[in-house]
Design a protein around this ligand. Structure first.
Ligand code: SF4
Length: 507
């Protein structure tokens, strides 16, 4: 099938995807011209058309992708959870199927930084992959699903959860993993080792970003979210920019060295960003071919990580943490009452909640009572589909993006991309580790049934209405008018300070 990534990735030795950012109308026209030039580069197998890159509204990626294809370059369409609920996403997928555009890049998406519309975040990226994979199976549409992974996380929990989430993405149906931007060969190697050691059947593409001084300064503050440039690299780029060509040669040389390292490490290909210039791409690839025999020397130069950051191969064993009292208490209650089994108590409670459910006043009172207990303990938002027991008693609704399957890629040293708080997934990971339940975090948590918002999750659970891992609801059946994400208070208005970035991690 022409332009289908699963075919091209198998048939080419080291295929390359180039990121195409269509940020506004003027840029869109340029992007299409660029696509024509990139289509002439033999190793370039696709143009990856962004959506909401860096949280900014861009052009409709489906429209741009169609035009890109007309210029001879197969598109890879970015599909995010930012502005579409599950029904909207399925509609987009049907449109892609009708257009025979089958390469999609499934992402959670950055928090919008422009526009007045509230973001949707009805699904997270793992749910999104599941929706695409289900459609692939149901309608026999061979969607190729690219997903993102960031090895460039230098706080322990951030990093380990990224890898764990990749496993969930593979299990959900991902076909290709593309890394976040980074300039650290040790981290590229760490990810490859992780994937190989666990036998994950997914090819990896490394991100090769041609970094200019302005972008380096911005990324040094963690902006766009998930992108981070070390102070050493910022300084290096600043020095290079004083050269007569403004540092262009050095930038392209670093990109070529990165490609050589990726080839040496056994990556399946490269994902080039930061340049739209086909001549640059050709230069990078030709130089990388020359450097390939010396890839290990290139790897020694590509060491722009955090020297004090977390790397699996040098991590010291941690003293065992204690579970917070609330988790211990609920663990004991869970073990004692066995409510997940078909016990006498469960049958009695089911009868009682069915009786309550038939009386609207009592039903409402139960919902308020549940909320009254859970709000102070967990920050409950009355979603009606409680998965506290699957998330180590951390409420998913306290994540601004309402993620249920692990962190997005936007954290910086454990700090949330959106609000001034620690990423909730740090606690989830630490608690699961303390309770020796890390493997349980790999369980897929399906999308909540939004029709149950502001109803009692206790009633929903006992009457089998809610959506949870052991009781999945058909995605279409659980669609409701999108409930905008809650008002985000304490929203980040500035990048985290160095002291925040270095903050100690605590349960
Ligand atoms: S998962 Fe839903 S019901 Fe459970 S505490 Fe969070 S908002 Fe409340």
């Amino acid at each position: 099938m022409l332009g289908h990534l699963s075919e091209t990735i198998k048939s080419r030795r080291f295929p390359v995807i180039v990121e195409l950012v269509a940020a506004d109308l003027r840029r869109e026209a340029q992007v299409l011209e660029i696509a024509s030039h990139l289509a002439m580069v033999p190793d370039v197998v696709a143009g990856s058309v962004t959506s909401y890159a860096g949280g900014r509204f861009g052009q409709d990626p489906v429209r741009v992708g169609t035009a890109v294809r007309a210029r001879g370059l197969p598109p890879n369409i970015h599909l995010t959870c930012v502005n579409q609920d599950r029904a909207g996403i399925r509609k987009t997928l049907k449109a892609l199927r009708a257009l025979n555009i089958l390469n999609v890049f499934a992402l959670t998406g950055d928090w919008p930084t422009t526009g007045d519309a509230r973001p949707v975040f009805d699904l997270d990226s793992v749910m999104l992959i599941d929706v695409i994979a289900s459609m692939r199976a149901e309608h026999d549409v061979p969607f190729h699903i690219s997903v993102a992974v960031s090895p460039f996380k230098y706080a322990r929990e951030d990093c380990l959860y990224q890898y764990l989430k990749l496993e969930k993405k593979v299990a959900a149906g991902a076909n290709l993993a593309i890394t976040q931007v980074g300039w650290d060969a040790r981290k590229f190697a760490e990810l490859k080792r992780y994937v190989d050691e666990r036998g994950l059947s997914i090819p990896l593409m490394g991100n090769v970003y041609v970094l200019n001084p302005r972008t380096a300064e911005r990324m040094a503050t963690g902006n766009p979210p998930g992108c981070w440039v070390s102070p050493a690299l910022v300084e290096q780029i600043r020095r290079e920019s004083e050269q007569s060509d403004g540092g262009l040669h050095a930038r392209l040389e670093r990109a070529a060295e990165t490609v050589a390292v990726l080839k040496g490490l056994g990556y399946a290909g490269a994902y080039i960003g930061g340049t739209h210039d086909a001549a640059h791409v050709v230069r990078i690839l030709e130089r990388a071919a020359e450097l390939e025999p010396q890839w290990q020397e290139c790897a020694e130069r590509l060491q722009y990580g955090d020297p004090h950051g977390f790397y699996i191969d040098s991590a010291k064993p941690r003293p065992k943490r204690h579970l917070p009292m609330v988790v211990q208490t609920f663990d004991v209650l869970g073990r004692s009452f066995q409510l997940t089994q078909d016990t006498w108590l469960r049958r009695q409670l089911t009868t009682m909640f069915a009786w309550i459910d038939r009386r609207p006043g009592l039903r409402e009172l139960t919902e308020r009572f549940e909320y009254w207990i859970k709000r102070p303990l967990f920050g409950c938002e009355a979603c009606g589909n409680c998965v506290l027991d699957r998330m180590e008693y951390v409420c998913p609704q306290t994540c601004p993006k309402q993620m249920r399957n692990g962190p997005c890629g936007g954290t910086l040293n454990t700090r949330c991309e959106v609000v001034e708080q620690e990423c909730i997934w740090v606690s989830v990971y630490q608690r699961a580790e303390a309770a020796s339940r890390i493997p349980d975090l790999k369980t897929f948590i399906p999308p909540p049934d939004r029709r149950l918002t502001r109803t009692s999750s206790w009633i929903n659970y006992f009457l089998g209405r809610d959506s949870r891992p052991e009781h999945r609801r058909p995605v279409d059946a659980s669609t409701a008018p999108p409930e905008p994400v809650r008002e985000v208070r304490n929203q980040r208005t500035h990048p985290p300070s160095p002291s925040e970035q270095r903050r100690e991690v605590s349960v």
